[in-house]
Design a protein around this ligand. Structure first.
Ligand code: NAP
Length: 308
């Protein structure tokens, strides 16, 4: 039986996860197929129910469903519980287990960005969705003392802060309204900025004006496609150190692979596939657009933007 793993999100067509994971399955001779399922929120419960079928190893969950999927699985790991977000589902018999490998993926990427410098203690996070929750959990775990969340809809940032009430009791975790003057004041004090919004998936869009970026800031954009978002271009021009989301994608993907297969992920193969996708674009992966449209092969040109 050919096993199946699916990426469930909306949109999914531009994601590199499929190419990366399929290359890993093939390299290890695992008889499994990675599929892209484009599902709106109304279709999510049905999609998750299908994962209980014998042929499924599990799934990745991406934008915008990481929080919505929490009540649909049977058990959460500690990381998924701590964040309130799930990016990987594995199976134990008929039970679905919700994991969060974004936390570890981000930690490894942050270590690389910081390099030999001392780990900073103050960060600004843009966004309050599923990915931002993993970022905040990792920053708390890394000993950050002040983390400020800006989000288009303030109430979502406030809900995130409330969720981390206990684990962040020793530090200053706060939500602030997305006004340019407030953002400017916070950015002048911080050392690290992380874009965990989806703004930048469309070329040329950026979450913050270039003039707010000061030299020596460390700027991470979780978006990896395009590889150089407008935010990262502006940050490089302002002499900031920069990193896109590819390193995090690889790390979270390697942990996902190990949860589904029990085998060590072939990270060199996965990185090579990411290099290929970045240079030459995506090949023809199986994509299912659910009730919204017909099934067919994905094309990068059809995509509304990348997701994990
Ligand atoms: P999500 O749960 O849907 O959250 C989306 C976030 O983007 C929210 O904070 C939302 O703000 C904000 N946003 C969307 N459109 C906006 C706009 N026009 N203006 C301002 N803010 C806007 O998605 P997610 O799972 O957190 O993913 C967020 C991003 O991280 C995506 O680009 C995803 O691909 C990337 N990501 C990358 C990796 C990786 O491994 N590299 C892993 C995870 C996620 P509101 O709450 O106000 O709507």
């Amino acid at each position: 039986m050919t096993h199946r793993v699916v990426l469930i999100g909306h949109p999914v067509a531009h994601s590199f996860s499929g190419a990366m994971q399929q290359a890993a399955f093939d390299a290890l001779g695992i008889d499994a197929r990675y599929e892209l399922w484009d599902r709106r929120q109304i279709e999510l419960a049905d999609a998750i129910a299908q994962l209980r079928g014998e042929d499924f190893l599990g799934a990745n969950i991406t934008i915008p469903h990481k929080e919505h999927v929490v009540p649909l699985v049977d058990r959460l790991t500690d990381a998924a519980q701590a964040t309130g977000a799930v990016n990987v589902i594995s199976r134990e018999g008929k039970k679905l287990i919700g994991h969060n490998t974004d936390v570890l993926g981000f930690k490894t990427a942050l270590d690389k960005l910081v390099g030999r410098q001392k780990m900073p203690r103050y960060a600004v996070v843009l966004g309050a969705g599923g990915a931002a929750r993993a970022i905040v959990d990792a920053l708390i775990g890394n000993g950050f003392q002040r983390v400020v969340i800006f989000n288009r809809h303030l109430h979502r940032a406030e809900a995130l802060v409330k969720h981390f009430n206990r684990s962040a009791a020793h530090m200053d975790l706060r939500a602030m309204p997305w006004h340019e003057s407030v953002l400017e004041a916070e950015l002048s004090k911080t050392k690290v900025v992380i874009n965990a919004t989806s703004v930048g998936m469309v070329e040329g869009e950026t979450p913050i004006p270039a003039e707010l970026l000061l030299p020596d800031l460390m700027v991470m954009d979780l978006i990896y496609n395009p590889a150089q978002t407008q935010l990262l271009k502006d940050a490089a021009a302002a002499h900031c150190s920069t990193m896109n989301g590819e390193s995090m994608l690889l790390q979270q993907g390697a942990h996902s692979f190990e949860l589904w297969t029990g085998k060590t992920a072939p990270m060199d193969v996965m990185q090579a596939e990411l290099d290929r996708a970045r240079e030459h674009g995506l090949g023809q992966l199986s994509m299912d657009t659910g009730a919204d449209g017909s099934s067919g092969a994905s094309s990068p040109d059809q995509a509304a933007g990348p997701s994990a």
